[in-house]
Design a protein around this ligand. Structure first.
Ligand code: ATP
Ligand code: MG
Length: 224
């Protein structure tokens, strides 16, 4: 994309959020600070492309994200994927965001990924097109070191070419660079929370109380 950049970068944070938890929230909050973002747009997936159908509906996952970020003016929700008839491919999401009535072509976008998701990128649909549409901001995640010698070769090569250490580089162009940030390490996963709930154990302090109340009221993730 040979466009001139326009303004501070906007963070784009997609995920299954089944359910949303404090690892997600700190990732978005610290990305905003570390990468000097104007805000973070959360995009819950409808039908995740690379994993089993979640136990709860996309609308319920969306509702939990809305509850979790309600008090944060830097965060916004994009509900467009939730009812989509097709699987949620990130490259198609970014193409949608690049349309003139959305972010347009000049706004720098930073696709936010945890290190596990980043390492798996070569399995994503048209993954090499992602960097034509957005930068990538990779958050450190416990158990998933960002070690180029352990990344798939084509991803390691891409990382070597595009990695930048200076966050201001993300505002200089709309897309194409990779940055990383060492967020507070939280070994929290949605899988762990689903396992706790299925076993009748408390998930408290791993995710917002409002989200736990919603899970209880809607009888999500039942004990078995
Ligand atoms: P699951 O266990 O169901 O895969 P998850 O906790 O990994 O859930 P996802 O919705 O799969 O959550 O992740 C959305 C994004 O958030 C991904 O890019 C993932 O790497 C990142 N992420 C999730 N939890 C953390 C965490 N604790 N630290 C850093 N990144 C995280
Ligand atoms: Mg995950």
């Amino acid at each position: 994309m040979a466009e001139q950049p326009g303004g501070k970068p906007l963070g784009i944070f997609g995920g299954t959020f089944d359910p949303v938890h404090f690892g997600h929230l700190r990732l978005a909050e610290e990305a905003a600070d570390c990468l000097d973002l104007t805000g973070v747009r959360w995009i819950p997936s409808g039908q995740p492309a690379l994993r089993d159908t979640p136990q709860v509906t996309a609308r319920q996952r969306l509702a939990m994200v809305r509850l979790a970020i309600a008090e944060n003016p830097t965060f916004e929700v994009d509900a467009s994927e939730v009812d989509a008839a097709r699987p949620s491919y990130t490259v198609l999401t970014l193409e949608r965001l690049r349309q003139a009535d959305q972010c347009g072509r000049r706004q720098p976008l930073v696709l936010l990924l945890g290190a596990d998701a980043f390492a798996a990128l070569p399995g994503w649909y048209r993954w090499q097109s992602l960097l034509e549409l957005a930068h990538i901001g990779v958050a450190h995640r416990p158990g998933f070191p960002i070690d180029p010698s352990r990344l798939p070769a084509e991803l390691a090569a891409c990382y070597g070419e595009r990695y930048c250490t200076d966050r201001s580089a993300l505002a200089e162009t709309p897309a194409g660079r990779i940055a990383s940030f060492a967020m507070t390490q939280l070994a929290i996963s949605a899988t762990q929370i689903r396992t706790l709930l299925a076993s009748g154990c408390s998930p408290r302090y791993l995710l917002p109380d409002e989200v736990i109340a919603y899970i209880r009221n809607q009888h999500l993730y039942p004990e078995h």
